[in-house]
Write a protein that binds this ligand. Sequence first.
Ligand SMILES: NC(=O)c1ccc[n+]([C@@H]2O[C@H](COP(=O)([O-])OP(=O)(O)OC[C@H]3O[C@@H](n4cnc5c(N)ncnc54)[C@H](O)[C@@H]3O)[C@@H](O)[C@H]2O)c1
Ligand SMILES: O=C(O)CC[C@@H](O)C(=O)O
Length: 527
Amino acid sequence: MTTPKVLISDKMSPKAAEIFRERGIQVDEKTGLGKDELIAIIGEYDGLAIRSSTRPDADIMDAATNLKVIGRAGIGTDNIDKDAASARGIVVMNTPFGNSITTAEHAIAMMFALARQLPEADASTQAGKWEKSKFMGVELTGKTLGLIGAGNIGSIVADRARGLKMKVVAFDPFLTEDRAVEIGAEKVDLDGLLSRADFITLHTPLTDQTRGILGRENLERTKKGVRIINCARGGLIDEAALKDLLESGHIAGAALDVFGEEPAKENSLFGTPGFVATPHLGASTTEAQVNVAIQVAEQMADYLLTGAVTNALNTPSVSAEEAPRLKPYMTLATKLGLLAGQLAHRGIKRVSIEAEGALAELNMKPVTAAVLAGMLRPISDTVNMVNAPFMARERDIDVAEVRHDKEGDYASLLRLTVETSDGVRSVAGTLFGDNAPRLVELFGIRMEAELDGPMLYIENEDKPGFIGAVGSTLGQAGINIGTFNLGRRAGGSDAVMLVAVDDEVNADVMATIKTLDGVKNVKALTF
Ligand SMILES: NC(=O)c1ccc[n+]([C@@H]2O[C@H](COP(=O)([O-])OP(=O)(O)OC[C@H]3O[C@@H](n4cnc5c(N)ncnc54)[C@H](O)[C@@H]3O)[C@@H](O)[C@H]2O)c1
Ligand SMILES: O=C(O)CC[C@@H](O)C(=O)O
């Protein structure tokens, strides 16, 4: 294996580079690159470690011919084109917890800043004024804090706010009643929150559903004198409406760490009374930056060196302990997928992936991704485990996973049942003693075969002399046979044959085999 190479393209704690080097990965740190500069060099790298300034898009990824992973030292990945990454098989990972406390603390700091007008009072005092009566504040104790989004950061904010003796109400469609009780919040709908909250703080990602969640109409519905904090993402609040309502006095204060346009070197809100701004500092503490740098470097190194996947947004997780146990099953899954994909004459509509015995106790998601990657390889040169589920969805292939706890004839079994417009057919395989993947059933016919190298699949009437005829056709063409794997349907006249050959069988030989008496179907396969 060649030494993987990683580019760190945003300012990051030196801990990240230190970890990459310790793990034997080459690392370059080049920050502040323009898009074209990045495009010119990205082809050299297996990994790209970023914060929020680098914005890897489809153009950058097209040039990133070796790129396997993009690691975001932070939470939000809205600066990464994840669809483009998935389509190219690039894993995107973030560090979902490393800066949560820091960001929650920033939101609380912003709340105090608004409640006591700290920035204005500071500026006035240092300007030599002593405007004691101008800066009359409000207490937090007893006030209602409305959380929009109660995930990692929102729930830490709730905890801190409860410590400040505030009442917490939360709007989050994915928050269960039990979790709301656990974080000490009352679950409410958005209207309830807008009408009751003295302070509102946003902690959702920016999605199609959350964009403009505090738009003009909702801002107008807030309680008069409300104070609003956004340390999540610009785009959640209508900035023009916020300015109007601050100026009209309906909103008493607003503190934004994030803006629709960043860097926000100019913004219409600047200078508005009651407005406080910080330059996307939510995650900027020494502790958080060390946390996210260590985490992103460890995760990326694990993936590049061992295949373990943690905190990926576009592929299933595989822990470092699971990776070696799953590896042989993933090889089996890819081979069975390849077999099913190559033998499907028509587009696949549905695949059911069944695990039996020991395999049923493992993490099935990576196995499913490996099946799909194998199955789609005959129709795509670029498919891999990351983009296969995405490609299957794009092709409307319905994928089902089924686990059977009980062992059958084998300690573990993986069965794929594939539906095309030609009907439903299944293949099954297992791992032999040395973790070697073996086919054990082909279209309902028991047979044992290694799926390796070039092979010939032949369906025929079970007649004496047929095997000899195939053998001599291949022999006459100078093609050496590795193994002959045979099976026949019990009590029937159908037989199947998987012949491992040393060289690929050319079209002329295929045509001759097709003319042999009793042949029903012939196909050249590669594994
Ligand atoms: N300012 C900063 O520097 C900084 C630092 C870290 C994180 N962030 C941002 O903070 C945000 C929250 O991060 P997190 O770690 O808590 O994320 P999270 O995924 O743990 O929580 C997000 C919550 O939002 C909820 N949500 C999703 N759609 C919603 C909707 N339509 N209405 C209401 N709630 C909805 C989800 O159910 C979830 O509970 C993210 O946007 C992240 O990028 C900013
Ligand atoms: O890297 C940063 O400074 C910001 C990070 C923050 O926006 C995040 O989503 O984690």
